[in-house]
Design a protein around this ligand. Structure first.
Ligand code: NAP
Length: 350
């Protein structure tokens, strides 16, 4: 059971990312010294919001340049740290040219490089890994196949591969590797956070896949009907809180399904019409027939195998463990959806 010295620095990989930025904010507000690894510390569009946060809080920010593919990059930022948050990993769902090079290799090698550095750094007591529900299941149809009513921490994604749902596969192999490396030693503990699709405002200028995924919601491309797709959702601020609890709660352990609830396109659209009125007039009202989606999907770059195994299926998630182990209370999902799209509306008006 690790006890942390309050004055030792903490390290965050991919610190400028959508999820990590909220985590860094929480750490800085609590007065921590954050060793933040980024690929491009001189790019103010990517790190400007972090330096601004450091100026407004009692914590300190030290930026380090590090790429997941570089085996030596993480020793210097990790020096003296007791806590390491490993959030960096490519999060891209559509338009990936080379799955191995763009997704699998950085996810797998990045986990190895960060955790090899942890093994070399005697001060580290705990690693919090940003995994995903994508490491828990691949396709929504997997739930029916499993005979269960909801996915939980005992499930592993067995249906994704380098050719089908490659992002989900990258998260699965990375998390499995992390547990293997953790099991081979007994100095540091590993705690995994497995969020669903993360929504909510972005602190930085660059846009995660989370901000791109619903970009067509308002522009009429999904009007009047959208695919019958259901998402496990969670607020980005809850995900950051989950990471902090996983780090600082001495007894925290294992994997954590981090999903507040599920919503389909049409259910999200209903919330948007309630909150944004006429601005959301072109949001979807109905679900489109699956056969039509299946026929059209190659035209918009979506694999038919994805349509077959996800459209019309309702995934469900059991979030009891994170509420019990970390004491996390999820915020209201309708408010999260509204905050997410408020930022999208504001950025469209600029
Ligand atoms: P994001 O904003 O795109 O952040 C990804 C971070 O990883 C960025 O800092 C990015 O750096 C870094 N990264 C990517 N490739 C790298 C490389 N080769 N070397 C070093 N850094 C690299 O996405 P996010 O949504 O915050 O995702 C953060 C983590 O949460 C990921 O592990 C993702 O799988 C996980 N997650 C996200 C969601 C979600 O819905 N957003 C859900 C579940 C899990 P650059 O800025 O330089 O590209």
């Amino acid at each position: 059971m690790p006890e942390f010295k309050s004055d030792s620095p903490v390290m965050v990989t991919g610190a400028n990312g959508y999820v990590a930025s909220w985590l860094v904010k929480g750490l800085l507000e609590a007065g921590n010294t954050v060793h933040a690894t980024v690929r491009d510390p001189d790019n103010s569009d990517k790190v400007g919001h972090l330096t601004a946060l450091a100026n407004q809080t009692k914590g300190q920010l030290v930026l380090f340049k590090a790429d997941l593919l570089d085996s030596d990059a993480y020793d210097a930022p990790m020096s003296g740290c007791e806590l390491v948050f490993h959030t960096a990993s490519p999060f891209v769902i559509r338009g990936v040219k080379n799955n191995e090079k763009d997704l699998l290799e950085p996810a797998r090698l990045g986990t190895k490089n960060v955790l090899d550095a942890v093994n070399r750094t005697e001060s580290v007591k705990r690693v919090v890994l940003t995994s995903s529900v994508a490491a828990i299941y691949g396709d929504s149809a997997d739930l029916a196949d499993s005979g269960k009513t909801a996915f939980d921490e005992s499930d592993w994604n067995h249906s994704s591969s380098s050719h089908h749902q490659a992002y989900s596969y990258s998260k699965t192999i990375a998390e499995k590797l992390a547990w293997e490396i953790n099991d081979a030693q007994d100095r540091w503990t590993l705690v995994a956070i497995n969020p669903g699709l993360v929504l909510g405002p972005s602190l930085g200028k660059t846009r995660s896949e989370s901000m791109r995924i619903f970009r067509d919601m308002f522009n009429g491309s999904l009007f009047p009907a959208a695919p019958d797709l259901t998402f496990g959702l969670v607020d980005v601020r809850d995900v950051a809180k989950a990471h902090l609890l996983a780090a600082f709660k001495p007894n925290a352990s294992g994997r954590h399904v981090t999903v507040a609830g599920t919503m389909s396109y049409v259910e999200i659209a209903r919330v948007l019409r309630e909150r944004f009125g006429v601005k959301a007039i072109l949001t979807p009202r109905f679900t489109a027939p699956k056969a039509l989606i299946w026929l059209m999907s190659p035209l918009v770059g979506i694999d038919r195998s994805f349509v077959s195994k996800n459209v019309g299926y309702k995934p469900a998630f059991d979030n009891r463990y994170i509420r019990q182990d970390l004491g996390l209370e999820f915020s209201n999902l309708n408010d999260c959806v509204a905050d997410h799209f408020q930022q999208i509306i504001e950025s469209r008006n600029k």
